[in-house]
Design a protein. Structure first.
Length: 605
């Protein structure tokens, strides 16, 4: 005989799961209960296929426990993973609206429990609740747009033209260096004589799936005009230590006077090996609309290898999420990547993730990264000491010491002068949208990315108010994907806990001052079960961006999610920081061993 109380609890749990899904987040409890009665329970063992590409489409599913992965078969018979479907997410929605064959295959990675709603039941339910149908249509459109973006065909225009920026550019040395690292790559061909039989070379390269890299100047442009549409990217090479002056031809090409709309223009700035950090990059960038720029030291192997990965369209990008004191896990993750010789070609993040990313991009050295972040963390220690409190005109804290340490660490360094591509994310309150910072004074943009509303003073940039980027985009994988392209390898470190909080709390809706004080001192009210103040505050700030973070995780090649459930977001002491760092290091090392090592030689595939 079934236990009514147990059945009631199961039903309540299922209602809660339904209401946490993006598709059914707005339905009332009684509607959810009515829907549950139409659902069928399905269980899958690890590796078991839910449905295959091309099979009949007649239902959709909600993940109750476990995980699914969606994939498709490429022309060479390999499985291409599209993304993971976690607890509380849905899959196969198109099956509830049409009878078209499945466009992807889906299988379980672990023991997985699902709820199934077939097409007929969904149609009956939608007649009583038409808003559900509209929600599903909007949801499918959004997911389809993301999938199209991810799976779009390789760019038609793919060959690379290199142009000398001006007569003072040491082009011979650059060509000598770049050829050394292009030569081992099977898909890249350096064309020695660009003017001779260029059309024939392009045809042969395209038949064999190769990419040409060749030198372009004013003299051989006329020969190339018939094939100009076959150029995907133009790289202008300049001496980054010299005056920001382009030749007339280079500037014309940078501004798109001869190239098609599909051609992107990128800037390479050469530096001496002794250069500590580039300067005045903005003087070059302000003269044309460059898609990206790269800093290279004359004889630095890593710099040239990085450039070749960008040319081949397969760079490695690292995205670090926000999470306060838990950011020490990002330090551990970067140490693991460095120890395993995983390249970091571009880096960015939100809030503390942006700060750590900047510390790395500034020096490209783990010891310097650790030292700088430790000083910055110490400056932010004990935020609610009396010396940090201020009259709450716009915030509770003055943020004096952290801001001063930011200025001391980075000085007047500009984002565009960092050694590798970097971005940070803030929230523009004037416009009510996320702001992506890829240029400007570094310390100011970092302060903006970390400005917790009401706690830390916002930052004013050009008359507009900026606060913590976590409100809009706490794990900006989408920004990195748009920056690097669909074939880039993106590794993301998430510090957020997006799952359900299993704890149960108790306290009244009104808590007078004296009650709060007595509870704090441990002199009563022991039956009150209170969540930590800042955990509640930060969770409420991030809840709006949690659905975006889930979607962004699907856009990364791999996600590192260290288990930090026993650590608070803000109160982290020295001993805890070391433990958190080690957790980040160990979890990353494991993922590198199981996943990332397979991508370390993508150019030779």
């Amino acid at each position: 005989m079934q236990d009514p109380d147990n059945n009631k609890k199961i039903s309540s749990d299922l209602v809660e799961i339904l209401q946490t899904t993006e598709l059914f987040s707005e339905i009332h409890e009684e509607v959810a209960e009515a829907l549950i009665k139409r659902l069928k329970h399905v269980e899958l063992s690890p590796g078991q296929i839910l449905f295959q590409e091309g099979s009949k489409s007649n239902a959709f599913y909600i993940v109750v426990e476990g995980q699914l992965v969606a994939y498709l078969k490429t022309t060479d018979g390999k499985e291409k993973m599209i993304g993971a479907i976690e607890k509380g997410e849905t899959v196969g929605e198109m099956g509830a609206l049409s009878e078209q064959p499945r466009s992807l295959s889906v299988k379980a990675t672990v023991e997985t429990k699902l709820l199934e709603l077939n097409r007929e039941e969904f149609e009956l339910f939608s007649k009583d609740h038409p808003q559900i149908l509209m929600n599903m249509i909007n949801y499918i459109i959004t997911r389809s747009q993301n999938t199209i973006k991810l799976l779009s065909e390789k760019k038609l225009y793919k060959h690379i033209a290199i142009i000398q920026g001006n007569s003072k550019t040491p082009l011979k040395h650059f060509i000598h260096q770049i050829k050394k690292y292009l030569r081992p790559q099977k898909q890249l061909i350096w064309l020695e004589n660009s003017a001779s039989n260029l059309s024939k070379e392009i045809i042969q390269a395209e038949k064999s799936g190769k990419m040409l890299v060749f030198f372009l100047n004013k003299e051989n442009l006329s020969t190339l005009l018939a094939k100009i549409n076959h150029i995907g990217e133009i790289y202008l090479v300049v001496d980054g230590e010299g005056p920001a002056e382009f030749s007339e031809f280079a500037l014309q090409m940078a501004r798109g006077h001869h190239n098609p709309l599909a051609t992107s223009v990128r800037l390479i700035l050469l530096h001496r090996d002794t250069t500590v950090i580039p300067k005045d990059t903005i003087a070059w960038l302000s003269q044309a609309d460059f898609n990206m720029h790269y800093h290279l030291r004359d004889n630095n192997i890593s710099d040239y290898q990085r450039l070749v990965r960008f040319i081949a369209g397969k760079p490695f990008g690292v995205v670090l999420g926000g999470g306060g004191g838990k950011g020490w896990a990002c330090i551990g993750a970067l140490k693991a990547l460095i120890d395993c010789n995983v390249p970091i070609d571009a880096i960015g993040g939100t809030s503390v993730g942006a700060l750590i990313a900047a510390c790395y991009a500034h020096r490209l050295n783990y010891d310097e990264l650790f030292k700088d972040f430790k000083k910055l963390s110490e400056a932010a220690d004990k935020p609610f000491s009396l010396k940090n409190l201020t009259w709450p005109l716009i915030s509770l804290l003055s943020s004096k010491h952290p801001t001063e340490q930011l200025i001391k660490t980075f000085g007047e360094v500009q984002i565009e002068d960092l050694w590798i591509p970097f971005f940070s994310v803030a929230t523009n309150l004037n416009k009510g949208k996320e702001a992506i910072h890829q240029t400007g004074t570094l310390w100011e943009r970092l302060r903006a990315s970390m400005a917790l509303p009401g706690i830390v003073p916002p930052v004013v940039l050009d008359g507009q108010v900026y606060v913590d980027g976590g409100l809009m985009n706490n794990l900006p994988v989408d920004i990195m994907r748009n920056l690097l392209g669909k074939e880039a390898i993106i590794i993301a470190v998430s510090l957020s806990k997006l799952g359900e909080d299993k704890k149960r709390y108790y306290f009244p809706p009104i808590i007078p001052f004296h009650v709060g004080l007595l509870k704090r001192l441990g002199w009563g009210y022991k039956d009150y079960k209170l969540p930590p103040f800042f955990n509640t505050f930060l969770a409420s700030l991030l809840v709006g961006s949690s659905s975006k973070e889930k979607a962004n995780k699907l856009m990364a090649n791999t996600i590192i999610t260290p288990d930090l459930s026993s650590y608070r977001t803000l109160k982290v002491d020295i001993q805890q920081s070391d433990k958190i760092l080690q957790i980040g290091y160990i979890s990353t090392k494991e993922i590198v061993k199981n996943e990332v090592l397979n991508w370390l030689n993508p150019l030779n595939d």
